[in-house]
Design a protein around this ligand. Structure first.
Ligand code: ADP
Ligand code: MG
Length: 306
């Protein structure tokens, strides 16, 4: 029995890893790969980022003509501001992020960065300007150094270490016998969800983009790890324009503005305090999450019933 079940169990593990790798690749392409039909305008110029102000001006969008997704979305993010997008699953939050990268063409309105229509700039310069920390950071089967420097192969060891320190992963890396030469990924050291996120943060810090897009960057982590990572993300946002798609509302209460989406339409916007006193959709979502968090803490706290 044992001789039969062991190899089968092993195959199961390999299968799960391959499947996970495919999922990770899928997510990476979701963010980094643009559909082939989108090409640079013949006279496209490099985007010139002066402060990183983003404007969605009456944007309409549909993935397929028969099903409109975003309707008349106007989103004005001043340079250096942090704006949070919240709303039920399927309301169009991630779509807004994809449109900022111009992975799809909008059907109405315009999207500009520092006054330049993103259809008139080179896609390379557009992608250069925006950093993403996705929900699941993709690790390549290579060294930690390679994984942090990915996208900036010319980075020096000093630059890599500075990014790793800011992302609070340097001490962990130095505790490994092979340090930055440690192999990670499927064949190497398995990193925890929080460690992978820190590699992702270090990678983004090294890219040093003026605009940051955080799409539920911490939702795959446990509460404590999420709080730790949140500090690193907050520090990374200083001096940049940040659009954060939030899962846990407590992480975006400090945003300059919170925008509530529902079925592709902005239904409310304002500061956390303004939205709470308004007593609308956001206030209701906040009440639900607070009750959930309190229940969670009561269940896991030191005085929890056996
Ligand atoms: P959210 O991030 O708020 O959960 P999304 O922006 O991912 O929502 O999705 C908004 C709507 O667009 C959903 O109804 C979703 O099913 C649809 N959608 C998302 N991606 C695609 C796609 N690639 N093709 C067609 N429809 C999509
Ligand atoms: Mg989403």
């Amino acid at each position: 029995m044992i001789q039969i079940t062991m190899p089968l169990g092993f195959l199961g593990t390999v299968y799960r890893e391959i499947r996970q790798a495919l999922v990770d690749m899928g997510e990476m392409f979701d963010l980094l790969h643009q559909p082939a039909e989108i090409t640079d305008a013949p006279d496209a110029k490099p985007l010139k980022v002066t402060g990183g102000a983003i404007l969605f001006d009456k944007v309409d969008f549909a993935y397929s003509p028969e099903r409109p997704i975003l309707r008349n979305v106007t989103l004005d993010v001043a340079a250096g501001q942090k704006v949070a997008l919240v709303g039920p699953s399927g309301s169009g939050k991630s779509t807004i992020g994809r449109l900022l990268f111009r992975f799809y063409e909008i059907t109405g309105g315009a999207i500009t960065i520092d006054g330049q229509d993103i259809r008139k700039v080179t896609q390379e310069s557009l992608h250069e300007a925006i950093g993403v920390v996705p929900q699941d950071t993709v690790l390549f089967n290579d060294t930690i150094r390679y994984n942090i420097a990915y996208g900036r192969a010319e980075a020096s060891q000093a630059e890599i270490e500075a990014a790793a320190k800011a992302a609070k992963i340097h001490d962990f890396v130095m505790s490994l016998p092979e340090g930055y030469d440690t192999q990670v990924g499927e064949r190497g050291l398995k990193l925890s969800g929080g460690e992978k996120q820190r590699v992702g943060i270090a990678r983004t810090l090294l890219k040093n983009p003026p605009i940051l897009l955080l799409d539920e960057a911490t939702s795959a982590l446990d509460t404590q790890t999420e709080r730790d990572i949140q500090e690193s993300l907050d520090a990374m946002g200083k001096g940049r324009t940040v659009i954060v798609i939030a899962h846990r509302l407590s992480t975006i209460a400090d945003a300059d503005r919170i925008v509530v989406l529902e079925k592709g339409v902005i239904v409310e916007e304002g500061s956390h305090d303004a939205l709470l006193s308004r007593g609308g959709r956001y206030a209701a979502m906040w009440a639900v999450q607070k009750a959930e968090e309190e229940a969670e803490e009561a269940a896991s706290g030191p005085d929890a019933a056996e």
